[in-house]
Ligand binder design. Structure first.
Ligand code: ARG
Length: 584
């Protein structure tokens, strides 16, 4: 494994060195190298620098050009405009760097300079409740972020903070005690049946709860029994959890996502820590008693009437809620799991909750400069009408139905294009294309933004979709198959056509893109990179015959570009959690 320095980084360093030689006062100034239409790269940093130091920008640029000179890497450098540099690299240098990438399993992508342990809180549905598109986003974004972080060398630990605790369980359990047999053992049902059973029990118990004051009282007592660890109550609670897990895992399986059982650590898991969490906060004065409750106040968080909105650690009746479980989870993640970063992938509508929880943990000393917490708050999934995604009846859309429909649409697309695929193969591809489409649509927009759930657009063959990328990949595989005995070989002595250079330079930027996307928690930057890669490949394919190129060397060299493009697409898509079928 050898990490490869990209040409952009090499050139940037050389310009920086030339700059400090030409203008020692500049120190280690960044020449701000960018890809450019006029040459391969443009250095934009000289202008501001010369102005700042009171020199003439064009003169400075001229000096830098002189110091730089040209060689095997830099083919041409010239001053442009008021003091920019246009830089062109040698074809040979492009092919050499790509050959080094191709020789490495990791495509030359370096590990991050500083790594630690990130505990990532994602895919956290609620027990006895239907999953909705919000849970889909958390799962899809969380999984992609985790793949990206793992790839950069970070150690990641997943935490699925499922909602498996709270007062509603008193109602559910009490109902089950009074109506035994309403919930079949989890082992006997599939995911769909599990959810419909849970839904039925939920609705029925809710109805009794709302209508019958005495039942309400019994349900309330049941909560106390649950919290104090009463065995029969816990047994029944466990049945709800198990039944829900059957349902969750069927959805995650459909999503083609690995969820490990030992990482499903819900709110209930922190129950035993809550009292101590409260005690620590109270003793340190971080939390104070107010009207019987234990709360934390914040200077800058105020409600409508300008009254401070506190975080409630413990309610006046002694009960603990969502905040207490999150604060306890922080202690566990920091002190037992040795996390250096706590990452949460949770709906942006919970951002105030996290602001208060993080600030409380900071005051308590659990978070500090060495251990940071961040909520990757994501936006809302909207329907075609631009309103939060709901059924026509205004209900939340069943996630399974949504995924099934995506796969069905994908099957139509795959079937239409299928040339040599059997019906089984079409179905298998349809799942990879349909689920890929749903994931890609989510990941290609910045997480913080809302996006429209539009299946027609998602499975379209044209435009910024996963199917477009998957087709580009499959098309390359078909060329490589057709090439037969002839394999991909880089020939560094060959001159490159413009479309080859553009493709090559973009391939060289893969490592920098992954590093940036991982460091910024920005999967959409990786998605944008891959879309551009497929587009540049399409142009290359239109302009440069591969198997019918002029010379055998050129055939091999173009096969080399094809192969590296395919491997880069495959790796990039895998980081996003999306499959790339060999044939489509
Ligand atoms: N179960 C919650 C919900 O459905 C999300 C949990 C987020 N994670 C956390 N540590 N609070 O809204």
């Amino acid at each position: 494994m050898a990490s490869v320095t990209s040409l952009a980084a090499t050139v940037n360093q050389r310009v920086a060195d030339a700059l400090s030689a030409a203008l020692p006062e500049a120190g280690a100034a960044d020449p701000l190298l960018r890809r450019s239409d006029r040459a391969d790269f443009q250095a934009n940093g000289l202008l501001a620098l010369a102005k700042k130091l009171g020199g003439n920008p064009r003169e400075l640029a001229g000096k830098v050009v002189e110091t730089l000179g040209t060689d095997g890497v830099l083919a041409d450098v010239e001053v442009s405009g008021p003091g920019f540099l246009n830089l062109t690299v040698a074809d040979r240098a492009i092919l050499a760097t790509l050959a080094a990438r191709a020789a490495d399993d990791r495509l030359g992508v370096p590990y991050a300079a500083h790594t630690g342990t990130t505990v990532i809180d994602y895919a956290q549905p609620n027990v006895a409740k239907e999953m909705h598109v919000g849970h889909l986003r958390s799962a899809v974004i969380g999984d992609a972020l985790r793949n990206m972080l793992d790839f950069t060398g970070e150690k990641t630990i997943g935490r699925h903070h499922i909602g498996d605790w709270g007062t509603q369980f008193g109602m559910l359990i009490q109902y089950l005690i009074e109506n035994p047999g309403e919930l079949a053992p989890a082992a006997d049902v599939d995911g769909d049946q599990a959810m419909s059973n849970l839904n039925r029990v939920y609705k029925a118990s809710r109805a009794v709860f709302d209508a019958d004051e005495e039942f309400k009282e019994r349900a309330r007592k049941r909560v106390v029994a649950l919290q104090s660890g009463d065995a029969e109550t816990l047994d029944l609670w466990q049945r709800f959890v198990d039944e829900s897990k059957v349902y969750f895992s069927s959805v995650f399986e459909k999503l083609d996502m690995e969820i490990r059982d030992e990482e499903i650590v819900g709110e209930s898991a922190y129950n035993a820590m809550m009292a101590e969490t409260a005690r620590l906060l109270e003793e340190s004065g971080v939390a104070v008693r107010s009207e019987g409750a234990l709360v934390v106040f914040f200077e800058d968080i105020k409600g409508k009437d300008d009254k401070p909105v506190p975080l409630i650690v413990q309610k006046a009746d002694g009960g603990f809620g969502y905040a207490a479980s999150d604060l306890s989870a922080i202690r566990n993640r920091v002190f037992d799991l040795d996390a250096t970063t706590l990452l949460y992938v949770v709906d942006v509508r919970q951002s105030l909750h996290f602001r208060m929880v993080f600030e409380t943990a900071r005051r308590a000393g659990w978070l500090n400069d060495q251990v940071k917490a961040h909520n990757m708050g994501y936006g809302t999934v909207l329907g075609a009408d631009g309103k939060p995604f709901k059924t026509r009846e205004g209900e939340t859309v069943r996630l399974q139905d949504l995924l099934d429909e995506a796969v069905q649409r994908a099957a139509e697309v795959v079937r239409e294009k299928a040339q040599d695929l059997t019906e089984d193969e079409i179905q298998e591809r349809a799942a990879q294309v349909g689920i890929g489409a749903v994931k890609y649509a989510d990941l290609s927009t910045s997480p913080s933004r809302d996006y429209k759930f539009d299946l027609d657009q998602m499975v379209s063959l044209n435009g910024d979709t996963s199917v477009y990328l998957q087709y580009a990949y499959a098309r390359i595989q078909s060329i490589l198959r057709k090439a037969g005995e002839t394999g991909p070989v880089a020939h560094e002595e060959l001159e490159l056509a413009p479309a080859e250079r553009a493709l090559g330079l973009h391939l060289d930027a893969f490592g920098a893109t992954v590093a940036e996307a991982a460091a910024e928690y920005a999967p959409h930057k990786l998605a944008a990179y891959l879309y551009q890669l497929a587009s540049l490949y399409t142009t290359f394919y239109d302009q440069c015959p591969v198997l019918k190129a002029d010379t055998p060397e050129q055939v091999e060299n173009r096969l080399f570009l094809c192969d590296l493009t395919a491997r880069t697409l495959h790796k990039g898509m895998a980081l996003l959690g999306i499959r790339t079928p060999e044939r489509l």
